[in-house]
Ligand binder design. Structure first.
Ligand SMILES: *[C@@H]1O[C@H](CO)[C@@H](O)[C@H](O)[C@H]1NC(C)=O
Ligand SMILES: *[C@@H]1O[C@H](CO)[C@@H](O)[C@H](O)[C@H]1NC(C)=O
Ligand SMILES: *[C@@H]1O[C@H](CO)[C@@H](O)[C@H](O)[C@H]1NC(C)=O
Length: 431
C-alpha cells in the first residue's frame, strides 16, 4: 500500500476509492439491515397548524417572533393556499429512553467536551409515543408538514416573544433564519414541530447566504476550506488536510448558529407544553436540525433527505452509541439514493454543491436511516433536483407502497465503513 501510495499519491487513491464507492454505493451495508418492528395499533392523531415561531438571523440575530393561528385563520389559510393544514398521523406506544438524571445530556456534552471519557449517560427504557414509520400516510403527511410555507410574513398577527429576546418594533421579516411550525392535536397531547431551515437554495434567490454559511459550518470537513478557491467559514484549517478539532467544535456551537437557535426555539415550545408528546421533523437542513435537536432533547425525530448529521452531532458532543443504542434514539432519516445530499456524494469539483458554494462533505447519519432505492427501482440518476421534498412526496412516497417493499433501514452509527472526512487529520489539544 505504501509503495502504491507513493507511486500515485493519496489523491489518486482517494479518487479510485471514490469511483469504487460510486459503483457500489451500498454494497457495504447489505449485512446490517434493521427491521422495523413497529405494529399499527390504536387511533390516528390529527394535528393542525397552531403556532409559528420565527427566529431571524442576518438583520436581527437575537430576535424571536411568533404567530398563533386561530381556527378562522387556519381556514382562511387553507382557502388561500388550497392546502389542508390538518394532517392525520399514526403514532404507536413504542419504546424510547429516558435519562436517569435531569440535565444528563448537558452534563454528557460538557464532560465529553472536556474529554473525560468516563462520562456515563444513565438511561432506562420507557414507553414512548412515537411516529409509526412504516405507515405510509404518516410518512407522507410528515413530509408534507415539512414543506408548506403557510404563513405569510405580512400577517399583522405576528407578535414578539417579549423582552427576553430583545424585541422591538423594527423587527421585520427575514427570509432567512429558522422557523418552527407547531402542529398540535385538539387536546394538545401531541405536537409536531416542523423545523424549516429556509432554502438550501440552488439558485433560489438572494436569501440563501445564511443557510449556506450554516450548512458549510455543519457539514464540511474543515470550515468549507475545500480548496484554494474557497474562503473558510471558520479559522480551523491548519495545513494540508489537517484541521484544529477544538476550533471546529466551537465553530458549530455558537449562539448565532442554527443549531443553537433551533434548540432555544424547541426549548421554548417544550416549556409551553410540558405535558405534550413532541415530535420534530424537517427536510434537508431542517431535517438535520430536527435530528440534532431530537438527540439533544431526546425527542422522536423524522428527517427527510438530510445531509450527513453524524459529523456535526459528534462535534457537538451529543449522545451516541454505545452511550445510547441507535434504535432507541427514535431518530429516523428517510432519503432516497438519487439524492446526492442524502447520499453524501454532493461534493467534488463537478458537483452542484461545489458549484453552488456548499461544502456538503458529510454522509453518515445518526439514528436509523431508511433509503428508498430510487436509482435501482425507479431508474433515476443522481441529481440534486431530486432532493426537493415535493419530488420526494409526489414521485416516491406517493407511489412506493403500491410498487415496492418498504425501503431498507440501517444505522450508520456504529458502522466503521461509514466514515466522514477520512482524508483529514483532526488535531486535538490546540487552542
Ligand atoms: C398507548 O398508551 C396510552 C397511555 O399509556 C394509552 O392511553 C393508550 O390506550 C395506548 N394505546 C394503545 C393503542 O395501546
Ligand atoms: C430595535 O432593535 C434593533 C436590533 O437590535 C436595533 O438596531 C434598533 O435600534 C432597535 N430599535 C428601537 C426603536 O429600539
Ligand atoms: C392548547 O394550547 C393552546 C395554546 O397554548 C391553548 O390556547 C388551548 O386552549 C389548548 N387547548 C387545550 C384543549 O388544552
Amino acid at each position: 500500500m505504501k509503495t502504491f501510495k507513493s507511486l500515485f499519491g493519496t489523491e489518486l487513491i482517494s479518487f479510485i476509492l471514490f469511483l469504487l464507492l460510486l459503483s457500489f454505493p451500498y454494497a457495504l451495508k447489505a449485512a446490517d439491515q434493521i427491521i422495523l418492528t413497529q405494529v399499527e395499533s390504536g387511533e390516528p392523531t390529527t394535528v393542525t397548524l397552531k403556532h409559528v415561531f420565527h427566529h431571524g438571523s442576518t438583520k436581527y440575530p437575537k430576535l424571536f417572533r411568533r404567530i398563533d393561528l386561530t381556527e378562522t385563520k387556519v381556514r382562511a389559510q387553507e382557502l388561500a393556499s388550497g392546502e389542508s393544514l390538518t394532517y392525520t398521523l399514526m403514532g404507536v406506544n413504542g419504546t424510547g429512553i429516558e435519562y436517569v438524571k435531569e440535565n444528563a445530556v448537558k452534563e454528557f456534552r460538557d464532560m465529553s467536551k472536556n474529554k473525560l471519557k468516563s462520562a456515563i449517560l444513565d438511561w432506562r427504557d420507557i414507553p414512548k409515543y412515537i411516529p409509526l414509520i412504516t405507515h405510509w400516510k404518516t410518512l407522507i403527511n410528515l413530509a408534507k408538514l415539512t414543506y408548506n410555507a403557510y404563513v405569510k410574513p405580512e400577517d399583522p398577527d405576528w407578535y414578539d416573544l417579549g423582552d427576553k429576546y430583545g424585541l422591538n418594533d423594527t423587527f421585520g421579516w427575514e427570509d432567512d433564519g429558522i422557523r418552527g411550525y407547531v402542529f398540535a392535536s385538539g387536546d394538545n397531547k401531541t405536537l409536531v414541530v416542523s423545523i424549516k431551515g429556509t432554502s438550501m437554495g440552488f439558485g433560489a434567490g438572494p436569501t440563501v447566504r445564511k443557510d449556506k454559511y450554516n450548512d458549510n459550518r455543519l457539514f464540511s470537513c474543515c470550515c468549507a476550506y475545500v480548496d484554494r478557491t474557497w474562503s473558510a467559514v471558520c479559522p480551523c484549517y491548519l495545513d494540508e488536510y489537517r484541521c484544529n478539532q477544538n476550533c471546529l467544535e466551537k465553530s458549530v456551537d455558537e449562539d448565532e448558529l442554527y443549531y443553537v437557535i433551533t434548540l432555544s426555539m424547541v426549548d421554548q415550545i417544550m416549556k409551553e407544553f410540558p405535558n405534550s408528546v413532541i415530535w420534530v421533523t424537517g427536510h434537508s437542513l431542517g431535517g438535520a436540525l430536527s435530528s440534532l435537536v431530537g438527540l439533544t432533547f431526546n425527542l422522536p425525530a423524522v428527517a427527510y433527505e438530510s445531509p450527513g448529521d453524524r459529523l456535526p452531532a459528534r462535534r457537538l458532543h451529543l449522545p451516541h452509541p454505545p452511550a445510547v443504542p441507535a434504535e432507541k434514539m427514535n431518530i429516523w432519516h428517510l432519503g432516497h439514493t438519487a439524492d446526492p445530499i442524502f447520499m453524501g456524494v454532493c461534493n467534488g469539483i463537478r458537483s452542484s454543491c461545489y458549484l453552488g458554494g456548499y461544502a456538503m462533505e458529510s454522509k453518515c447519519h445518526v439514528g436509523v436511516s431508511c433509503a428508498f432505492d430510487s436509482v435501482e427501482k425507479l431508474g433515476w440518476r443522481v441529481d440534486i433536483r431530486s432532493h426537493r421534498i415535493q419530488e420526494v412526496i409526489d414521485k416516491i412516497l406517493n407511489i412506493w407502497e403500491s410498487l415496492f417493499d418498504f425501503p431498507r433501514c440501517y444505522s450508520d452509527e456504529g458502522d466503521e465503513d461509514c466514515e466522514d472526512c477520512g482524508l483529514w487529520e483532526y488535531v486535538e489539544g490546540l487552542e
